[in-house]
Design a protein around this ligand. Structure first.
Ligand SMILES: NC(=O)c1ccc[n+]([C@@H]2O[C@H](COP(=O)([O-])OP(=O)(O)OC[C@H]3O[C@@H](n4cnc5c(N)ncnc54)[C@H](OP(=O)(O)O)[C@@H]3O)[C@@H](O)[C@H]2O)c1
Length: 297
């Protein structure tokens, strides 16, 4: 049976909103799950179900007749996805896409940043277990790298258009895995459309991947001005991250992330064999057009 009815848990969020839009465009029938006290609003084509994420009894009836669940739940909630998985299995849902959508969490076990990603890592471990016990149930994990268009505005790419300043790590030449939100939404739609090829796989996608120096060249060309560049080292970010981690300060994540992705020679971009872009038939996003749209916004 082809996947038609799709639940997006947390569909009101930064990523969820884009996933809902792309699933609707691709012709899926979308139901969004929201918490009881959520005040989020949704497009009129979407059905909304209020649920309690910690309760299989609340979730199971809301999942009856659904083919797939895409979880785009907030970072704080990723460690609590097991009841949603249990209810999906009980309701006969065929595919579960957990709230991953960042760095590849299957290759960070034993590292400092891996300690902060246990919620995501254990969720995928749990999905693997559930799949073995329930052959009709499948999962797909998606590593998208940094949210690129969202990150330009939010500051995680290192550029500030109001002050025309940038923080560039190491040489700035490292190519970093990243994805625009709409691109991730299209990847999710393509995963569900390619059910067999994507079953029980952890996939990395990314577009536009970028280097900080490429972004700098584009913003300076487009604004016609030199931006003030502060140089920083990923080794320092790593040290700060470890120091914070030793004190139980979880803001260590940002420092450890910068060390991991911007470090010269990190080699983590989603290209060639490291990328499912081609297998999913995804059209690449333009780095230049994305930056121009951000500068205009
Ligand atoms: N790669 C990147 O650069 C990057 C950046 C940010 C996030 N991420 C990852 O992407 C995924 C989605 O993140 P996001 O920023 O899109 O999420 P978000 O906007 O922070 O939250 C998504 C939705 O989750 C629900 N939610 C919020 N707090 C919750 C809680 N305590 N318990 C249950 N549900 C809660 C809310 O929906 P309702 O109010 O409607 O219930 C919210 O709209 C996460 O896995 C996150 O780690 C990646």
């Amino acid at each position: 049976m082809t996947i038609k009815n799709v639940v997006v848990a947390g569909g009101s969020g930064n990523l969820g909103n884009a996933v809902v839009k792309e699933l609707l465009k691709a012709g899926y029938k979308v139901t969004v799950f929201a918490r009881e006290d959520s005040t989020s609003t949704f497009p009129s084509e979407v059905s909304v179900r209020k649920v309690v994420y910690g309760s299989v009894e609340s979730l199971k009836p809301a999942l009856e007749g659904q083919d797939a669940v895409v979880s785009t739940l907030a970072t704080v909630a990723v460690g609590g996805q097991n009841p949603l998985i249990d209810a999906a299995v009980e309701a006969g849902v065929k595919r579960f896409i957990p709230s991953e959508f960042g760095i590849n969490t299957r290759i960070v076990e034993g590292t400092a940043i891996g300690q902060l990603l246990q919620g995501k890592i254990k969720t995928v471990d749990y999905l693997e277990e559930k799949t073995k016990a329930n052959p009709g149930f499948t999962w797909t994990g998606v590593s998208s790298g940094l949210f690129f268009d969202w990150g330009l505005a939010y500051g995680s790419i290192g550029f500030n258009k109001s002050t025309k300043t940038a923080t560039i790590y190491d040489s700035g030449n490292e190519v970093v895995q990243a994805s625009n939100l709409g691109f991730i939404g299209r990847a999710v739609a393509a995963i569900l459309a390619n059910e067999d090829k994507t079953a029980n796989k952890y996939l990395s996608i990314g577009s536009p991947n970028f280097s900080q120096n490429e972004v700098l060249a584009i913003v300076e060309r487009e604004t016609g001005e030199k931006w003030e560049v502060q140089r920083a080292s990923t080794a320092d970010e790593g040290k700060i991250g470890l120091e914070k981690l030793s004190k139980g300060d979880y803001s260590a994540f940002r420092n450890l992330l910068r060390e991991r992705i911007f470090k010269d020679g990190a080699g983590l971009s989603a290209k060639g064999d490291n990328s499912a872009n081609g297998m999913l038939g995804l059209q690449e996003e333009s780095l230049e057009d994305t930056i121009k749209a951000w500068l205009r916004s």
